[in-house]
Design a protein around this ligand. Structure first.
Ligand SMILES: NC(=O)C1=CN([C@@H]2O[C@H](COP(=O)(O)OP(=O)(O)OC[C@H]3O[C@@H](n4cnc5c(N)ncnc54)[C@H](OP(=O)(O)O)[C@@H]3O)[C@@H](O)[C@H]2O)C=CC1
Ligand SMILES: O=C1O[C@H](COP(=O)(O)O)[C@@H](O)[C@H](O)[C@H]1O
Length: 511
C-alpha cells in the first residue's frame, strides 16, 4: 500500500550548487510528474548567492540542462506548475548567520501555501558547514517539532575519518535528534541494492546456502569508466577508499553479510546492518594491512583512439598527488556465519566499463563424481548485478548431450528490464520520497557510519604513513594494476565483467 506523503516544505541549503541542479531538482521533477509530491508542497532554496525566485526557477528548472530533454516533451502548464513550487532566500554573505529572516520566509510560505509545519532541511553545502547550519536552525527555533516534524538530510561525506565522523555526529545530534537525521547514501536508493535484501530473505533457496558451509568467497566490484571529471579538487582530498568504499561499498557489504532482521521495520534492518559492519575484522598489524590492501592511480593512456589524461594531470589534482583512484581490500567477517570466508572488494575510476556487481562464489561440491567433466575450478556463482544491465545471474553446471558426463556452464538469468511495466525510481528520487514519508530504512545511522570508519581508518593511516606502499599505476582504461591479482592469490583472479550481465569475463580462470 502506498504510504502517505504529508504536506511539507523542503529547504535546500547550498541550492545554487551542482547537486541541487544535477540530482535534487530532477528527482523532485520525477516525483512531481508521477504524482508523488504532496498536494501542498514548496521548495525553498537557500544559499549565499543573490537570486530572485524567478532567477532560481530559471536556473534550476527551466534552464537546467538536466531537465531540458524531459521538459521538451511536456506542456508549458506542467513545467510552470512545477517551477512555481520553487522559491529562493538569500542568506547574505554566510551560512553562519541569524536565520530569523529565513524563518519568517518559511512561515510566510507555510501560511500562503498551506504546507503545514513539516519541514525537511537538505544540507547540500560543503560538509564543513553542516554543524553550523544545524546550530543556526536551532538558534532560530527551526528545529522544534511542536507544530510539525523537522528532518535534516545530510549529504556525504560523513566525516573524513572516524574522529571527524564522530565529531560531525555529535555536532548534529546537539541540535537534531538522531531519528530526525537522514544521512543519504545514494547506493541504498538503488533498486538492485535493495533487492539484495529480497533475494536473501524472500526466498528459501538462497539463505540456507548463505554461509561459510557453502560460500567460498565473495567478490564485489565497483568500476567506473570515467575519471574524476570536474571534481578533481574534492577527489584529491578524498580518494577511492573514502569516496566509494567507506560508504557505498560497505553498505553493500552490510546487506550481504547481515543476519535476517526480525521485520522490515527501519530499525530492525539498520540494527542488523550495524552488527554486520561491526563484525568485519579490523586490520591492525602492518603485515595484515600490507597483504590485504592495494591502491593505484590511473596514468595517461589512449582509449578507443582518444588520448586520456592521467590522474595527476586532471584539473584540481596535485601534480605529485598520491591519492588512490583504485582501491582493493581483502577482509574477513568475524562471526558464526562468515568465519574464514574471504571478501574481496574493489573500486576504481577509469576502468574499461562502468559496472557494479556482487559475486557469490560457491564452494566446489565436496565429492567430485564427474572427474572428467572438465569443470575443475568452475564453481557455481550467483551474480547480483547492481548496474548496468541490472539483474541476477546464476551459473551452474549442465550435462553436455552425448556419451559420458561432460559438464558445461549454463546461465539462469533475470533482468530488471523484463519488468518493463514497473517504473524504477532513480536513487535520489526514492530516497527523497522516503525522507518525505519519514522512512529512514535506506539512510545510514550514526553508529553505522562510525562502524564503517572503524574499519577504514587503519587502512587510511597505513597508506598515509607509507605513501608508496602498495601504490601502483595503471593505464586509464584497464582493470587496475596487474598486482591487484596478488590479493586473490591462491583463488584466481578478479572477475572482470563486461557491460552485459551474461558477458563472459575476459581473463578469469574461475569464471
Ligand atoms: N555533486 C555531487 O554529485 C555530489 C555531492 N555530494 C555532496 O553534496 C554537497 C553539495 O555538493 P555540490 O552541490 O556538488 O557542491 P557545490 O560545490 O556545488 O556547493 C554547493 C553550494 O554550497 C555553497 N558553497 C560552496 N562552497 C562554499 C564555501 N566554501 N563556503 C560556503 N558556501 C559554499 C555554494 O552556494 P553559495 O555560494 O550560493 O552559498 C554552492 O552552490 C557536498 O557536501 C558534497 O560532498 C555528495 C555526493 C555527490
Ligand atoms: O558518490 C559517488 O558516486 C559516484 C558513482 O555513483 P553511481 O551511482 O554513478 O555509481 C562516483 O562517481 C563519485 O565519485 C562518488 O562521489
Amino acid at each position: 500500500m502506498a504510504k502517505k506523503t504529508e504536506n511539507q516544505i523542503l529547504v535546500i541549503f547550498g541550492a545554487s550548487g551542482d547537486l541541487t541542479a544535477r540530482k535534487l531538482v530532477p528527482s523532485l521533477f520525477n516525483l512531481f510528474i508521477s504524482g508523488h509530491l504532496p498536494e501542498n508542497f514548496v521548495v525553498l532554496g537557500a544559499s549565499r548567492s543573490d537570486m530572485t525566485d524567478t532567477a532560481f526557477r530559471k536556473k534550476v528548472v527551466t534552464e537546467s540542462t538536466y531537465l531540458e530533454k524531459k521538459l521538451e516533451k511536456l506542456d508549458k502548464e506542467k513545467i510552470e506548475a512545477f517551477s512555481n513550487k520553487f522559491f529562493y532566500e538569500d542568506l547574505g554573505g554566510s551560512y553562519d548567520t541569524d536565520y530569523t529572516r529565513l524563518r519568517k520566509r518559511v512561515e510566510d510560505l507555510k501560511n500562503k501555501y498551506n504546507t503545514s509545519g513539516n519541514i525537511i532541511y537538505y544540507l547540500s553545502t560543503p560538509p564543513t558547514l553542516y554543524e553550523t547550519i544545524a546550530q543556526r536552525l536551532a538558534d532560530a527555533g527551526m528545529n522544534t517539532q511542536n507544530n510539525g516534524w523537522k528532518r535534516l538530510i545530510v549529504e556525504k561525506p560523513f566525516g573524513y575519518s572516524l574522529e571527524t565522523a564522530k565529531q560531525l555526529n555529535k555536532g548534529l545530534q546537539q541540535f537534531f535528534k538522531e531519528h530526525q537525521i537522514y544521512r543519504i547514501d545514494h547506493y541504498l536508493g538503488k533498486e538492485t541494492v535493495q533487492n539484495l535484501l529480497v533475494t536473501r530473505f524472500a526466498n528459501s533457496i538462497f539463505e540456507p546456502l548463505w554461509n561459510r558451509n557453502y560460500i567460498h568467497h565473495v567478490e564485489i566490484t565497483n568500476a567506473e569508466s570515467v575519471g574524476v571529471e570536474k571534481r578533481g579538487g574534492y577527489y584529491d582530498k578524498s580518494g577511492a577508499l573514502r569516496d566509494m568504499f567507506q560508504n557505498h561499498l560497505l553498505q553493500i557489504v552490510s546487506l550481504v553479510v547481515m543476519e535476517p532482521p526480525i521485520s522490515d521495520a527501519p530499525e530492525d534492518i539498520r540494527n542488523e546492518k550495524v552488527k554486520a559492519i561491526k563484525s568485519i575484522r579490523v586490520m591492525k598489524s602492518e603485515e595484515e594491512l600490507y597483504e590485504n590492501t592495494i591502491r593505484a592511480q590511473y596514468v595517461a593512456s589512449t582509449i578507443d583512439g582518444d588520448k586520456v589524461k592521467g590522474y595527476r594531470e586532471e584539473e584540481g589534482v596535485d601534480a605529485n598527488s598520491t591519492t588512490e583512484t583504485f582501491a582493493a581490500v581483502k577482509f574477513f567477517v568475524d562471526n558464526w556465519r562468515w568465519k574464514d570466508v574471504p571478501f574481496y572488494v574493489r573500486t576504481a575510476k577509469r576502468m574499461p566499463t562502468k559496472v557494479t556487481e556482487v559475486v557469490i562464489h560457491f564452494k566446489t561440491p565436496h565429492h567430485q563424481i564427474f572427474k572428467d567433466s572438465g569443470m575443475e575450478n568452475r564453481d557455481n556463482k550467483l551474480i547480483i548485478r547492481i548496474q548496468p544491465d541490472e539483474g541476477i545471474l546464476i551459473k551452474f553446471g549442465v550435462k553436455v548431450p552425448g556419451q559420458g558426463f561432460k559438464v558445461e556452464r549454463a546461465n539462469l538469468d533475470f533482468y530488471y528490464s523484463s519488468l518493463a511495466e514497473t517504473y524504477v525510481m532513480e536513487a535520489y528520487e526514492r530516497l527523497i520520497l522516503d525522507a518525505m514519508q519519514g522512512d529512514a530504512t535506506l539512510y545510514a545511522r550514526a553508529d553505522e557510519v562510525e562502524a564503517a570508519w572503524e574499519f577504514v581508518d587503519p587502512i587510511l593511516d597505513y597508506w598515509e604513513k607509507g605513501k608508496d606502499v602498495r601504490m601502483y599505476g595503471y593505464a586509464a582504461g584497464v582493470w587496475g594494476p596487474e598486482n591487484s591479482h596478488d590479493l586473490i592469490d591462491g583463488i584466481g583472479e578478479w572477475r572482470n565483467p563486461g557491460p552485459h550481465l551474461t558477458d563472459d569475463p575476459g581473463y578469469c580462470v574461475i569464471c
